[in-house]
Design a protein around this ligand. Structure first.
Ligand code: 2HA
Ligand code: ZN
Length: 269
């Protein structure tokens, strides 16, 4: 069967990376049923021929105008699709979308008529914010990591930067590779612009944001880095809960050691 990815190795690599990460999310146990979503800004890999491809179906309204997204292209996991299926058959469970000139609607350009993710409101709002501030970030990942979500069920962890310092102090990697820490968004209805805007607010200070009692959002240059940050934070949460299940409160790296690490790696906080 002919595919949009034929003879386009760079675009195909973007989709292959999404598929690879989708497999990790399933293996991690973070992607029950259709849980989680991935979108990647692939505008830089789209050629003139793709730009001329007819849309599948009519334009679909986003629900708000996103000023920086005109003519931008995204690869998106399909709504109601499973990560484990996206892993094996990415073009049957994901699609490219193009934002229309009105900046408030999109069309699907793809091998199959796959409607994009239920969290498109927040994903596209985040991409709009990233482009608007001139960020190099192209990937937005949302997933449901068991350990990190469990921690958001405890009010004491919801205080600003409480989780950041706790998770940083479990293992140096987390401080080094998740240097901006973990933002917090109090519980909000999934798929809403309210959730999108609260997330963007946190992205001013953090690259990874917890959605209380729901999941995590991570933004980065590419989907692999976005996954790695969540994986690293989850490792710290695992160390914390392993110590707790052994019956003691983990000591955590000292403030001095953490500051020394910050200096050595030239970390932002
Ligand atoms: O796509 O995770 O937040 C399913 C979800 C919604
Ligand atoms: Zn979710």
């Amino acid at each position: 069967m002919k595919s949009i990815l034929d003879n386009r190795p760079k675009l195909a690599k973007q989709v292959a990376d999404v598929a690879e990460v989708a497999g990790y999310l399933w293996q991690k146990g973070w992607a029950e049923r259709n849980g989680g979503n991935i979108t990647v800004n692939v505008t830089g890999f789209v050629d003139d021929e793709i730009k001329k491809l007819p849309a599948i179906g009519e334009p679909i309204q986003i629900g708000r105008r996103l000023p920086h997204l005109q003519g931008k292209y995204f690869f998106c996991k399909g709504t109601n699709r499973r990560m484990r299926d996206l892993n094996r058959w990415p073009m049957e469970n994901g699609s490219f979308i193009r934002i229309q000139d009105d900046r408030s609607s999109y069309v699907i350009i793809a091998d199959n008529p796959v409607k994009p993710t239920s969290e498109l409101a927040s994903h596209l709002s985040i991409h709009d914010y990233l482009i608007g501030k001139g960020s190099s970030y192209k990937a937005v990942l949302h997933t449901h990591p068991i350990d990190l979500i469990a921690m958001t069920h405890n009010r004491k962890f919801m205080e600003k930067d409480k989780l950041t310092y706790l998770l940083w102090s479990m293992i140096p990697e987390t401080r080094a590779f998740c240097p901006r820490g973990l933002g917090i968004v109090p519980y909000k209805m999934p798929s809403t612009f309210e959730l999108a805007d609260a997330t963007i607010d946190q992205l001013n200070d953090y690259d990874v944001v917890m959605w209380e009692k729901h999941g995590v959002v991570s933004v980065s240059d590419d989907v692999m880095e976005a996954f790695d940050m969540v994986d690293t934070l989850s490792k710290s949460a695992q160390i914390y809960l392993t110590a707790k299940s052994m019956g003691f409160e983990p000591e955590g790296t000292s403030v001095e050691d953490m500051e020394a690490l910050g200096k050595a790696f030239n970390l932002p906080k």
